[in-house]
Design a protein around this ligand. Structure first.
Ligand SMILES: [Zn+2]
Length: 545
């Protein structure tokens, strides 16, 4: 009877084989490998990759799914994004598409009218560069449409906030409020705040915004997960979380609701760090669905708001060199704390002075802690002094870079740093040629989370509209195979997960996608338009078009 009972209890189709696929994966060395059939077991582990005969021999009782010749790829990985912020955008004012100051103000007015119950009007994505304004927008321009409720609008790079007078009042920001360290309150000639807060000054308003309710937080995460599965991301590195988000990730992981893997970084060594780090790095949780093994720190701001720290003045504003968030000694204290607790340390550095500060600190701390195996990272590594680029390789630092930043920033970046320093900016080819592994991402929601737009930017150095013709500093482009590796295996490597995800081989999780075109064969301008048909994570389908 025992035999009959166990037969009865076994699921009808425990194992699955996808046949007739135009499959691509990577070898451990990063070479492309073709296959037509992928087999995985009921736990979601890859058992066999090869021909239909190979997989059938290994999994004789599997259910078969016909891919009908569609292209099958390992699930893509975004090594730097902000998951909750992505989800929040869906519930705020969307200013990513605003092409003028007037258009942005009208969008705020319209949102305010249709959301009378929101205590705060929150929005995302404004960019005064696109508006050709030559200055920041002002509180007065928002007051004209909303003056009874606070308005808080995050700049596209998340390094500046535009607020109305009500928000300034609620935050207690006035003429006498000093600029906080690492931040700036934009002011008029009389010293009166004009409504834009840069870098750490944003916190003055952020801290008076009510926290989301648990139901709102769940809605936000659901929005984000749906958006990620839709574009074929089966893993993302969340660049800075707090206790509430860690709780929610674990809860979703426990209940099988985390449809994209999350490798999270604790946001700073202050605040929630002690609570989150009590048990040390969490390398894997719930079958590698979640991990919390890194700490995110900031060295400087961003180029757009001239908050990135440069070694010499900005080319388009010689009165400033930008800002380091912390003096070297204070930065060392933060990094020391994270390293002492055993975490991978991932530090935002955009300007050449920001990058140098962190490289100097790593050069001191990594030998001291003998922890090069933690694969510490510099996030963005956007403008690096040419003589500092080899130090990434020598110190074992991973440059975590976002191809779409280069193609979105192209004109602005060159204005900011001039024709000479731009040669060490977004310098993917230089990093690859010296043997650095680049972890690619998008910094969503600063850029679209769609990794095919990233792959397109990586190989063409053009934005989605194909600008500029011939590519922007095309000599720094990646090959398609390199870009693919940076969005899969090398992004996994940057989370020490290359043995469980990043390619399709026996023993790894069956994280894969089916797409509508062969990205290795189509014309480069077609790559960014790729449509994801299905997304599978751990052997389960989490999205179908
Ligand atoms: Zn970021």
């Amino acid at each position: 009877m025992a035999f009959a009972l166990s037969t009865f209890l076994a699921p009808a189709h425990a194992d699955t084989i996808i046949d007739h696929a135009n499959g691509y994966t990577l070898t451990a060395a990063g070479a492309l490998q073709r296959f037509t059939s992928l087999g995985f077991d009921d736990l979601g582990r890859v058992i066999a990759v090869g021909s239909e005969k190979d997989t059938a021999a290994r999994l004789p009782d599997a259910q078969h799914i016909d891919a009908q010749g569609k292209t099958l790829l390992p699930g893509l990985i975004d090594a730097h994004g902000h998951v909750f912020e992505l989800g929040e955008i869906a519930s705020g004012v969307d200013l990513f598409g605003a092409t003028s100051l007037g258009g942005a103000v009208r969008a705020v007015a319209e949102f305010s009218r249709t959301h009378p119950k929101n205590a705060w009007i929150v929005g995302y994505g404004w960019n005064q560069e696109v508006w050709k304004l030559g200055r920041f927008p002002t509180a007065a321009e928002l007051d004209a449409v909303v003056n009874d409720r606070p308005v808080l609008l995050h700049r596209v790079d998340a390094h500046a906030s535009w607020v109305n007078t009500k928000a300034l009042e609620m935050a207690g920001i006035g003429k006498d409020t000093p600029d906080p360290a690492g931040g700036k309150i934009e002011r008029d000639a009389t010293g009166k705040p004009t409504g834009v807060l840069v870098d750490s000054a944003m916190e003055l308003v952020n801290k008076v915004v009510p926290l989301p309710t648990p139901a709102q937080a769940r809605g936000t995460l659901d929005n984000a997960l749906a958006a990620l599965a839709k574009v074929g991301l089966t893993s993302v590195h969340d660049a800075g979380i707090k206790v509430a988000q860690d709780d929610l990730y674990r809860d979703y992981a426990d209940h099988g609701k985390l449809t994209t893997r999350v490798y999270a970084m604790i946001g700073d060594t202050a605040g929630d760090f002690d609570e989150l780090a009590r048990e040390g790095p969490l390398k894997s949780y719930a079958n590698d669905v979640y991990a919390l093994a890194a700490v995110k720190l900031y060295s400087d701001g961003a180029l757009g708001s001239r908050g990135a720290a440069l070694l010499s003045p900005y080319s388009d504003m010689p009165s400033t060199k930008g800002l380091l968030f912390y003096p070297n000694a204070e930065m060392l204290v933060k990094m020391n704390k994270a390293m002492k607790a055993g975490y991978q340390v991932n530090i935002h550095a955009i300007g050449d002075a920001g990058n140098r500060q962190i490289l100097d600190a790593y050069a001191q701390l990594i030998p001291q802690y003998k922890n090069v195996q933690l694969r510490h990272r510099i996030e963005h590594a956007q403008v690096v002094a040419p003589e500092d680029i080899p130090r990434f390789k020598a110190l074992g630092i991973i440059p975590s870079m976002q191809p779409t930043h280069a193609t979105s920033d192209q004109n602005m970046a060159e204005h900011r740093v001039g024709p000479e320093r731009i040669k060490g900016a977004y310098a993917w080819r230089t990093f690859l040629d010296q043997g650095s592994r680049i972890a690619c991402g998008s910094d969503f929601p600063v850029e679209s989370p769609n990794p095919f737009e990233g792959l397109h930017a990586a190989v063409t150095r053009q934005n989605n509209a194909g600008v500029p013709a011939g590519g922007w500093y095309k000599n720094q482009a990646m090959t398609m195979t390199e870009a693919f590796r940076c969005f899969t295996l090398d992004a996994a490597y940057a989370a020490s997960q290359e043995n469980v995800i990043g390619s399709l081989e026996p023993g790894k999780w069956a994280d894969f996608i089916l797409v509508d075109r062969d990205i290795f064969k189509v014309a480069p301008e077609q790559i960014g338009k790729t449509v994801v048909l299905q997304t599978w994570m751990g052997g389960k389908r989490v999205y179908k078009r």
